[in-house]
Ligand binder design. Structure first.
Ligand code: FES
Ligand code: FES
Length: 166
């Protein structure tokens, strides 16, 4: 049995060592919020955090993750799905089909950890995830709202207040 620390809990699994972390999360641990898109580290739908850093789990062998490292998936980002980004996502109706969105949010959360008030250039550099539905502009707006920045045409004060009061 191998062990992983996922969302604050030590979990055991019996996957082969070269099995990508994505499939251990989905098939062994039942955490299906992390999605399979391309399988070659291009689309970002499989993004999770390892020790706070955004990682594309489709190409990372599970055996490369030490039990001391903290894996966080979309299910563990906030206890009740109430991370400021998740609230901003809802406020802006960001998702369309939704398939890419957990990866988008995890990439955005890692960005805000590093840069609490990211510029457009910061967002462009950090969020290289692909969305076939083209939600990019709403993703940008939601990231800015979650970071407390003013966005043209949007009542940011109301949304930030809503996020803080939750
Ligand atoms: S499924 Fe991992 S980057 Fe596309
Ligand atoms: S919302 Fe459909 S792929 Fe992004």
């Amino acid at each position: 049995m191998a062990r992983l620390n996922v969302n604050g809990v030590v979990r055991e699994h019996n996957a082969e060592p070269d099995t990508p972390l994505l499939w251990v999360l989905r098939e062994q641990l039942g955490l299906t919020g992390t999605k399979y898109g391309c399988g070659v580290a291009q689309c970002g739908s499989c993004t999770v955090h390892i020790d706070g850093v955004a990682v594309r789990s489709c190409v990372l062998p599970a055996s490369a993750v030490q039990p001391t490292q903290k894996v966080v998936t979309i299910e563990g980002l906030a206890p009740r799905g109430d991370h400021p980004l998740q609230k901003a996502w809802v406020a802006n109706d960001v998702p369309q089909c939704g398939y890419c969105q957990s990866g988008m949010i995890m990439a955005a959360a890692a960005l805000l950890r590093d840069k609490p008030r990211p510029t457009d250039a910061d967002i462009d550099a950090a969020i290289t995830n692909i969305c076939r539905c083209g939600t990019y502009s709403r993703v940008r707006t939601a990231i800015k709202q979650a970071s407390g920045q003013r966005v043209a045409g949007v009542d940011v004060v109301h949304i930030v207040k809503t996020v803080r009061e939750a």
